[in-house]
Design a protein around this ligand. Structure first.
Ligand code: HEM
Length: 195
């Protein structure tokens, strides 16, 4: 069956299943009000993109980088090339970050409109925005040099790899308090609300 072979079909199957449940809720349950649809979709998109992003961040830091320490130059070249493992992972990683931000900003606008902004969500969102900046303006430009998408000398490549590693490790550190405040904000805010 295609859904077990082609990952795009697998993803589509997940969305179809979700829509079936949502439709059942609309018919048999209390359903979503029209005014709730955007917030519900943005929340859903935010979590899907967020786990894609942070899941890959942890994969890079806890799995790929340590494993690459003992991978030969030839194998690395294979993994770095167009359509290879690293470019695919970085594609999902950076676009996961982008869509997490877009949906997060929609959620933030909703909170501001409703006067439900907590200091906790401001802390969580600020940390996540710094992380997004690191992905798009430090890690990805540096990786383009490492992977050979952008022309660079051996020295520039080594410097870029170091820069990407420091930014990526910084994001791992920031992700830990970020997730606490992101998740606590609506349920048990520590700092409280500013309106
Ligand atoms: C990129 C910048 C981000 C911004 C601007 C942002 C913003 C927000 C906002 C405004 C909310 C709504 C809180 C509420 O309804 O009270 C939220 C919820 C949430 N965000 Fe983020 N977020 C960002 C990144 C992330 C990341 C990377 C993750 C990691 C997976 C994440 C996970 C969550 C979760 C799990 C919630 C639900 C909290 C709850 O209802 O308990 N966010 N975010």
């Amino acid at each position: 069956m295609g859904i077990f072979q082609d990952h795009r079909k697998t993803i589509t199957a997940g969305f179809v299943l979700a829509l079936l449940f949502i439709a059942a809720g609309q018919v048999a349950g209390q359903g979503l009000a029209a005014s709730e649809v955007i917030a519900a979709l943005a929340r859903w998109g935010h979590f899907l993109a967020g786990i894609t992003w942070i899941g890959l961040l942890y994969y890079f830091n806890f799995v790929q980088t340590p494993a690459f320490a003992s991978v030969s130059a030839d194998t690395k070249a294979d993994l770095f090339k167009e359509g290879g493992l690293v470019r695919r992972a970085l594609w999902w990683f950076r676009w996961g970050a982008m869509f997490t931000l877009i949906f997060g900003l929609i959620l933030l606008a909703g909170l501001i409109k409703e006067g439900r902004v907590s200091i906790d969500i401001m802390i969580g969102a600020a940390l996540a925005i710094i992380m997004w900046f690191n992905v798009w303006f430090i890690i990805w430009p540096a990786q383009k040099k490492v992977l050979g998408i952008v022309e660079a000398s051996a020295d520039e490549k080594a410097a870029a790899a170091k820069r990407a590693l420091i930014a990526s490790r910084t994001n791992v550190i920031l992700s830990i308090p970020m997730l606490f405040f992101m998740a606590a904000s609506a349920h048990f805010p520590i700092f409280g609300f500013i309106g």
